[in-house]
Design a protein around this ligand. Structure first.
Ligand code: PTJ
Length: 256
């Protein structure tokens, strides 16, 4: 812990999360741009009331159903996601059998190794080695597009979080189903993903692990029904409506 936060502080959770990221930045896990990205996420979470809305839970459930139906599901982990939610990722991977790949926007081999090590220590199963055979995702120039051939390279489903829009778009263009955890419903990631999870990454992954525990007992047909009944455009509309109604309420009363 870089700074000691008193438990009584009204924004204790948020401040502890910030310190976690600063610590991860000092350890070379998170890039400085990741701290900026977190601030943007925080602002949207604030506006959304810092809770998992019904539309987010529906997207999380559909994403888990898709993961359980997929032949080669992969969880893509970057610096921010690893620093925030390594334990939750471990739980979700072990419940769904998804492989876990460290995949970075600001890629250096040293960071890949550090994040791999962090995930390994936190007990993440199905971790792909930094020495895996590589290929480049079409449309993403190297090193941003480097992926493991047996991981994201051949996946039919990819879960990404706190991700840049270009990469989500490129994965979708390759015919993969992409679920994206992104608090900003305006972002290109949110707009282009097959399933958009407008929720905070730690909460979202925790919810997904809970759904995985429930849905693991479902038949293929039941899982397919969940996926078919899910409408991503509707999720995005509901996310914008939630922002609107929070702001409308605040503008009427002068407080949130
Ligand atoms: O570790 P690397 O090298 O892969 O780099 C990671 C970053 C985050 C720097 C990179 O992916 C990036 O630049 O992302 P963007 O384009 O800033 O997009 C991040 C998105 O995630 C923004 O739309 C934020 O609102 C959102 N976001 C930030 N924190 C959270 C979040 N969404 C969910 N949970 C969060 N905790």
């Amino acid at each position: 812990m870089v700074v000691r936060i008193p438990r009584s502080h009204p924004r204790y959770e948020s401040l502890v999360t910030r310190e976690k990221l600063v610590e991860a930045y000092n350890d070379g896990i998170v890039v400085v741009e990741g701290l900026i990205a977190h601030g943007r996420g925080e602002a949207f979470d604030y506006l959304l009331g810092e809770k998992s809305h019904g539309f987010a839970l529906a997207a999380e459930r559909a994403a888990v159903a898709s993961m359980l139906l997929a032949e080669r599901p992969v969880i893509s982990v970057n610096g921010n996601y690893a620093a925030l939610a390594a334990r939750e990722i471990a739980e979700l991977a072990s419940l769904t059998g998804a492989l876990v790949e460290v995949n970075l926007f600001y890629r250096t081999e040293e960071r890949v190794r550090k994040i791999y090590e962090l995930l390994r220590v936190r007990g993440v199963p199905g971790l792909l080695s930094p020495e895996c055979e590589k290929r480049i995702v079409e449309g993403l120039e190297s090193p941003r597009g480097v992926v493991c051939s047996e991981g994201i390279g051949s996946a039919d489903f990819v879960l990404v979080a706190i991700e840049d829009g270009d990469r989500t778009q490129a994965l979708v263009k390759e015919g993969k189903k992409v679920a994206a955890i992104d608090l900003n419903p305006f972002s290109r990631t949110a707009q282009t993903a097959s399933i958009t999870i407008v929720d905070e990454a730690i909460r979202a992954t925790r919810n997904m692990a809970r759904f995985a525990r429930e849905l693991r007992g479902y038949s293929r047909k039941e899982l397919e029904d969940i996926v078919e009944g899910y409408d991503n455009r509707e999720t995005l509309k509901l996310a914008f409506r939630a922002l609107l109604s929070r702001l409308e309420e605040a503008s009427e009363r002068g407080v949130l």
